[in-house]
Design a protein around this ligand. Structure first.
Ligand code: SAM
Length: 309
């Protein structure tokens, strides 16, 4: 008599990994790949050899502004055909590029400068391709946010990239006010036309004493980092209008964590001395000696309370 044993049922996890293998197989053998290629943010030598090779080998390059990118590609010896992909045609262009990738072509996406999708077009395209299981490969390189952070001397263990602030002053202040207690380093992109307004709004939202760094024209001839309090950086640019040009990244130190109850217990004493107009350093010395608390924590709290007066 034949014994019918129950057949092993496929496990959900096994099914999933099988599907993954099939997808990878389809990606590799039939459809093309889109490479997201970072280009320099100023200094042409910052392009990687892998980026150049990729740009030479693909069937086409989708560029934010084909005229702008033509000079870069000429300088790199890349003659691959280009097509435009910008904010106004991305939806329509993404469908076209999907068709070409499905047909087996390989393509690259570049933007005017730095890493595509970082305040540049490409999100809609990459999302569509991922949904359609088309392979998307990053070719990393320069991006202003990371370039600025690595040389600023502000904490980089946790940071928040905020892109451009709104152009309208009320909205700009709303955005900044919502960030005033954020303890992460805050990173903003800014244009020379708005940098003074943004710094003034930062002083209003974060207080004059918050530490910050402005990184201007990075990797270019007139690269400049200016660091100090928000007040000092704003004053610097007010006094040097010739430096209010080029491209800016503004980085602001995060708020001091509000979890310092030992210091807040000293608020009454600190306020008393602030009202008597004692210098911040002297108040810090007295309170830290009196309480045994670390000077840095006391100093930050004195600055916070001074702002409230
Ligand atoms: N995709 C780019 C990236 O990866 O950084 C950003 C493009 S966004 C449209 C342009 C902004 O980036 C500029 O307005 C400026 O805030 C910042 N930026 C780009 N290059 C810069 C540079 N060399 N120095 C300082 N800021 C720069």
């Amino acid at each position: 008599m034949t014994e019918f044993l129950p057949q092993p049922q496929p496990q959900p996890e096994a099914e999933q990994s099988l599907r993954f293998v099939q997808d990878s197989f389809i990606d590799a053998s039939v459809t093309g790949t889109l490479f997201i290629v970072a280009t320099p943010i100023g200094n042409l030598n910052d392009i990687s050899t892998r980026a150049i090779e990729t740009l030479q080998k693909v069937h086409w390059i989708a560029a934010e502004d084909t005229r702008h990118s033509k000079s870069l590609l000429n300088a790199l010896g890349v003659s691959t055909p280009m097509l435009s992909l910008h904010d106004h045609n991305e939806q329509f262009r993404a469908e076209q590029l999907l068709t070409r990738l499905l047909a087996g072509e390989n393509g690259a996406l570049i933007s005017d400068a730095g890493t595509p999708l970082i305040n540049d077009p490409g999100f809609h395209l990459v999302k569509l391709l991922r949904q359609q299981k088309i392979k998307v490969v990053p070719i990393p390189g320069a991006s202003a946010v990371i370039t600025a952070l690595c040389a600023a001397g502000l904490p980089t263990n946790r940071f928040s990239y905020e892109g451009f602030l709104p152009a309208k002053s009320a909205k700009r202040l709303d955005v900044l006010s919502a960030l005033q207690n954020d303890t992460r380093t805050l990173v903003f992109y800014e244009s020379p036309h708005r940098v003074l307004d943004s710094l003034a709004a930062m002083r209003e939202a974060f207080g004059a004493a918050r530490q910050m760094v402005s990184a201007r024209e990075m990797t270019k001839q007139f690269e400049q980092f200016v660091s100090g309090t928000v007040d000092e950086v704003l004053n610097y640019y007010n006094e040097h209008p010739d430096k209010v040009r080029g491209e800016f990244v503004l980085m602001v130190m995060g708020a001091v964590a509000q979890d310092a109850p030992e210091v807040t217990e000293q608020d009454g004493l600190i306020n008393l001395m602030l009202q008597q107009a004692l210098p911040v350093k002297q108040i810090t010395d007295i309170v830290s000696q009196y309480s045994g608390l670390k000077k840095k924590a006391v100093y930050n709290r004195v600055l916070q309370l001074k702002e409230l007066i």
